[in-house]
Design a protein around this ligand. Structure first.
Ligand SMILES: [Zn+2]
Ligand SMILES: [Zn+2]
Length: 226
């Protein structure tokens, strides 16, 4: 145990066990989510949008690794509200890294770009980091893909988690993103990366902006979805 561990002991977010922010037993209890169509949320190989669902929007493929229940809810909440970057790092190496084969088989073979869902300025300042960018950079290192943090959130929106209704979420997020550099994405496939996807309103609005700026196909990747 290092001196830092004595001064700032780590406790597991799931069970409170002393030693790490996330212990192996709790990681093993996380419930994975199967490969589902982004729109109807029914099974689809590699998470590809069903041909019958493609008319519903611009997302062609979707992977949300874990179910947003139990411990996963705690993990997402803690990095949203307690600024715990070390917990995200631990989660990525312990829970996401073992899913590498799933992630690889989901991604298109076209060298896609990873684009994080941005936070508005105020929230980035409050939190000190954008968790989606951290996830992107981790995946970049793991998969050798480029991260392009090229979308800005120009308008503060209410927390999507606080809005239950799908239509209100769409209105809340509409027009809140702009691209500040569209060159890197022209003609490229893009994977929009976020920590949590619920109704998909945020990803759909990101996709609209990216498509307008010249992106080819848009995929959605998240750590969790209910
Ligand atoms: Zn634990
Ligand atoms: Zn479908």
């Amino acid at each position: 145990m290092s001196i830092l561990d004595w001064l700032f002991p780590k406790f597991c977010t799931g069970c409170g066990f002393l030693g790490e922010y996330l212990c192996p037993r709790c990681v093993a209890l996380l419930k994975t989510k199967s490969e589902l169509c982004f729109y109807c949320e029914k099974f689809s190989p590699s998470g590809l949008t069903h041909p019958s669902c493609i008319k519903k929007g611009p997302i062609v493929g979707n992977l949300s690794l874990f179910q947003y229940t139990g411990l996963m809810t705690k993990i997402i909440h803690s990095h949203k509200y307690q600024l715990n970057q070390l917990l995200i790092d631990r989660f990525l190496s312990e829970a996401v890294q073992p899913q590498i084969l799933r992630i690889k088989s989901f991604l298109p073979q076209t060298n896609p770009l990873l684009v994080p869902v941005p936070l508005d300025k105020e929230r980035t300042k409050q939190r000190g980091f954008n968790q989606s960018l951290i996830i992107c950079k981790y995946l970049s290192g793991l998969l050798g893909l480029q991260t392009q943090d090229i979308v800005l959130k120009i308008r503060k929106t209410c927390s999507q988690a606080g809005i239950k209704n799908r239509k209100s979420r769409k209105i809340n997020i509409k027009g809140s993103f702009v691209m500040f550099d569209n060159k890197p994405i022209i003609g490229k496939d893009v994977v929009v990366v976020d920590d949590l996807v619920t109704t998909g309103a945020t990803i759909t609005e990101m996709a609209r902006v990216l498509k307008k700026a010249g992106a080819n196909r848009i995929y959605s990747f998240a750590l969790a979805r209910p």
